[in-house]
Write a protein that binds this ligand. Structure first.
Ligand SMILES: Nc1nc2c(ncn2[C@@H]2O[C@H](COP(=O)(O)OP(=O)(O)OP(=O)(O)O)[C@@H](O)[C@H]2O)c(=O)[nH]1
Ligand SMILES: [Mg+2]
Length: 406
């Protein structure tokens, strides 16, 4: 695994965030995007001290932001012991070099930050290989700017860049590494494909959604398993699958990696085999954090990703989670009960309309409405068993299940 860039020496990083705001974006929108970047930074172990934004039609090709803004950032960096500058957009290798030269501190971009978090979270051989592949693919076109980040013993680290021959050598090393990792991943994929095939005729249900919406929490409640859940982004990288039996109807339930806007495309590509779990599922449970100010956009990002990986054309149950938090943040304490009820009715009606009646509203943390969720899932699962195995009523509660619980 490539050495981590954020917080690798065990000390807390002191970071500033930088984003270019497009003409059509509102200030609030820009701040909410930066909230997400700050949350990513926090997940990686960096403390955000300040945010810089600049309204630009086109980012500067040399330094992404303009000269004046760069000088402003530099003076803040110098006076506040800043150790890391994080940009919200992907930078080119030469932009990284130019900005680092101007600011004299390490500079990373959003993709790099996400890769760093993934690298830290990866547990299994599969996840580690997938992340490493994505890291090398990210580095390859940026070698000139990132040469000092590479594993390099001693020499060369300073303000001067490596010579062309060194870059060429590095490029060859990285390319070799990429093809090696691809081969290794193909081997692992073969194994997991066989494993998935062995799961046989059970209906497969997968939890999908934006990161930190509560997928693992719901997985735990529905399957009584212990899946790692916490208030950080990308707590889950590896797919967990459990067999669940409701009213003697068995099915397989999987928890999967969360999505995020501007997910580095190499990451999506190398997580293909993890995403196969989603693609091969019979039913998707799309979890949405309704308390998030940008939940509708998050829902859109997830739908778009599902379309990209060709997993959109299957039954989807949309679970609107964190209703407790939604109520806490939306309702003023003095609001009358019947007004609250009206607002909630409008909300449920709207999303039931948009999902063809396939919406469930819950608060996983309070176990609110969990029974309704269970029965919605059960109905869909039974429906699919009936279509797929019309003569095997054991699967949908016609007779006691012949299947042993594992
Ligand atoms: N208030 C509130 N918090 C919740 C609810 N459900 C989950 N959470 C919290 O939300 C945070 C994220 O939950 P996870 O289950 O880890 O979310 P996830 O979707 O698996 O996240 P990733 O694996 O990081 O993509 C945790 O701190 C949970 O305790 C809920 O209904 N209400
Ligand atoms: Mg999770």
């Amino acid at each position: 695994m490539i050495e981590r860039k954020v917080n690798s020496n065990g000390q807390e990083e002191r970071a500033v965030l930088v984003a270019v705001v497009h003409q059509e974006q509102t200030e609030q929108q820009a701040q909410e995007y930066l909230d997400e970047l700050a949350f990513l930074a926090e997940t990686a172990g960096a403390l955000t001290l300040k945010r810089f934004t600049q309204k630009l039609t086109h980012p500067d090709s040399r330094t992404f932001v303009g000269k004046g803004k760069l000088a402003e950032i530099r003076s803040y960096v110098e006076t506040h012991e800043i150790t890391l500058v994080i940009f919200d957009d992907e930078l080119t290798g030469s932009q990284i070099t130019n900005i680092e030269k101007a600011l004299q501190v390490p500079v990373i971009d959003r993709s790099d930050l996400i890769l760093d978090i993934f690298a830290r979270r990866a547990q299994t051989a599969q996840a580690r290989t997938q992340v490493e592949l994505a890291q090398y693919q990210y580095i390859l076109p940026r070698l000139k700017g990132m040469w000092k980040h590479l594993e390099r013993q001693g020499g060369g680290i300073g303000t001067r860049g490596p010579g062309e021959t060194e870059i060429e050598t590095d490029r060859r090393i990285v390319k070799d590494k990429i093809s090696l990792l691809r081969k290794r991943l193909a081997e692992i994929d073969k194994q997991s494909f066989t494993q998935r095939k062995e799961r046989g005729e059970f209906i497969r249900v997968a939890l999908v959604g934006y990161t930190n919406v509560g997928k693992s929490t719901i997985m735990n409640l529905l399957s009584k398993s212990e899946v790692f859940a916490e208030n950080k982004l990308f707590a889950t990288l590896d797919t967990t699958t459990r067999k669940v039996v409701y009213e003697s109807t068995p099915f397989l339930l999987s928890d999967t990696v969360g999505f995020i806007r501007k997910l580095p495309h190499h990451l999506v590509e190398s997580f293909k085999s993890t995403l196969d779990e989603v693609r091969e599922a019979d039913i998707l449970l799309h979890v949405v954090d309704i308390s998030h100010p940008r939940y509708e956009e998050q829902l859109g990002v997830v739908n778009k990703t599902l379309q990209d990986i060709k997993a959109f054309e299957k039954p989807i149950i949309t679970i609107f989670n964190k209703m407790d938090l939604y109520e806490k943040t939306t309702f003023d304490p003095w609001l009358e009960e019947d007004v609250k009820k009206d607002i909630l009715e409008d909300l449920t009606e709207r999303w039931n309309r948009e999902t063809n009646g396939n919406a469930v509203f819950i608060a996983a943390i309070e176990r609110r409405n969990l029974e309704a969720l269970r029965s919605t899932i059960l109905d869909k699962v039974k429906e699919l068993y009936q279509i797929r195995y019309p003569y095997r009523s054991a699967f949908y509660g016609g007779e006691p299940s012949a299947v042993e619980e594992t």
